[in-house]
Design a protein around this ligand. Structure first.
Ligand code: NAD
Ligand code: UFG
Length: 339
């Protein structure tokens, strides 16, 4: 079986490449390296012990994408290729709609023309909007998104729902990720944000290695256990394994399924900071700062559907998440080298 990872050179894509290869898939990557580096793919090759065909292209470029399908005979696609910075999406919304929707539409067209009928899509818990009830269950109606980034996920989900209605042989699994953190236990691949990290764990990791002086915790007056926001943090290797299960499911079922990938457990920002300090034995200086616009107080998954349908559940612990993040950051304080 051959799997195309569109956007596969990125954080989640590289970890998925390793798990897909371990499960016996032939992995092909297509990426424009807008938010990643070729070195990440070389590190994956070193981990899996074989060469991975990697195409430098914009997934929205139909001609180039068609050539990859013609050459590689792809059985299943995992679509990671998108812009993902929530704050940036409020400043350049058109670029977000253009990139995230165009990559999806082009993939759908090419897949239909080439007879590839299996697609896994990287969606996000952000489509639930401000939760009315917790935990978040897949049957809840998608909510009002706080950012253009979130709306791209919401819209792509709808596009894929419509495509599945119209094309009965198409199989799509929408994976709604909660908060992926951590890194491969080798410490050779991990999250490599460009510039100032937007997300909590990459920021904590950079404070831990002395790259940034202190963390700002956005808001300590939320109606939560300690006043800071609560999220469902999931180890990226668990998340990657969820894609392997989703691909196997898509092989055997037509139609569309929506599945949360989370642990079902929520931790506050303060709990995460304290866990990182305790597990790694490093201080994380912090200060409280005003709330960040668009943050919801609490967000965690009902993870039971993934278990029932895919036979998947998160296995790694908070300790694994903290230790593996620190190992990656310590071994690669400047991220991947340019090449
Ligand atoms: P990432 O930025 O590390 O990876 C995305 C990859 O897609 C990058 O390598 C980038 O260069 C590539 N890309 C973007 N546009 C492209 C295009 N037009 N053509 C070819 N390649 C393109 O992000 P990630 O954290 O690995 O996330 C992967 C997917 O999961 C994204 O769609 C993201 O929105 C989604 N997601 C991520 C999170 C998270 O917290 N990391 C949470 C929910 C959903
Ligand atoms: N936070 C800080 N300081 C920081 C960064 C983050 O206090 O420097 C806080 C945030 O305010 C929030 C929590 O840490 O309360 C988690 O924030 P992240 O930015 O790490 O994650 P989000 O929950 O905001 O967003 C993530 C992904 C989105 C995805 C969403 C789904 O970045 O792509 O999860 O829930 F849509």
């Amino acid at each position: 079986m051959k799997v195309l990872l569109a956007g596969g050179a990125g954080y989640i894509g590289t970890h998925t490449a390793v798990e897909m290869a371990a499960a016996g898939y032939d992995v092909v990557i297509a990426d424009n390296f807008y938010n990643s580096k070729p070195e990440a793919v070389r590190r994956v090759e070193a981990l899996v012990g074989k060469k991975i065909p990697c195409y430098l292209l914009d997934v929205a470029n139909k001609k180039q994408l068609s050539e990859v399908f013609e050459k590689e005979k792809i059985d299943v696609v995992v679509h990671f290729a998108g812009l993902k910075a929530v704050g940036e999406s409020t400043r350049i919304p058109v670029a977000y709609y253009r990139n995230n929707l165009d990559t999806t539409l082009t993939l759908l067209e090419v897949m239909q023309e080439q007879g590839c009928r299996r697609l896994i899509f990287s969606s996000s818990a952000t489509v639930y909007g401000e939760p009315e009830k917790l935990p978040l269950v897949e049957t809840m109606k998608p909510g009002f998104c706080a950012s253009p980034y979130g709306w791209t996920k919401w819209m792509i989900e709808q596009i894929l729902r419509d495509a599945c209605k119209a094309e009965p042989d198409l199989s799509v699994v929408l994976l709604r990720y909660f908060n992926p953190i951590g890194a491969h236990e080798s410490g050779t691949i991990g999250e490599d944000p460009q510039g100032i990290p937007n997300n909590l764990f990459p920021y904590i990791a950079q404070v831990a290695v002395g790259k940034r002086p202190k963390l700002s915790i956005f808001g300590n007056d939320y109606p939560t256990k300690d006043g800071t926001c609560v999220r469902d943090y999931i180890h990226v290797v668990d998340l990657a394994k969820g894609h392997v299960k989703a691909a196997a499911y898509a092989m055997e079922h037509d139609g569309l399924e929506t599945i949360n990938l989370g642990t079902g457990v929520g931790y506050s920002v303060l709990e995460m900071v304290q866990a990182f300090e305790r597990i790694n034995g490093v201080p994380i200086p912090f200060e409280f700062a005003p709330r960040r616009p668009g943050d919801v107080p609490e967000c965690y998954a009902d993870a039971s559907k993934a278990k029932e349908l895919l036979g998947w559940e998160a296995e790694k612990t908070l300790e694994d998440m903290c230790r593996d993040t620190y190992r990656w950051q310590s071994m690669n304080p400047q991220g991947y080298p340019e090449s």
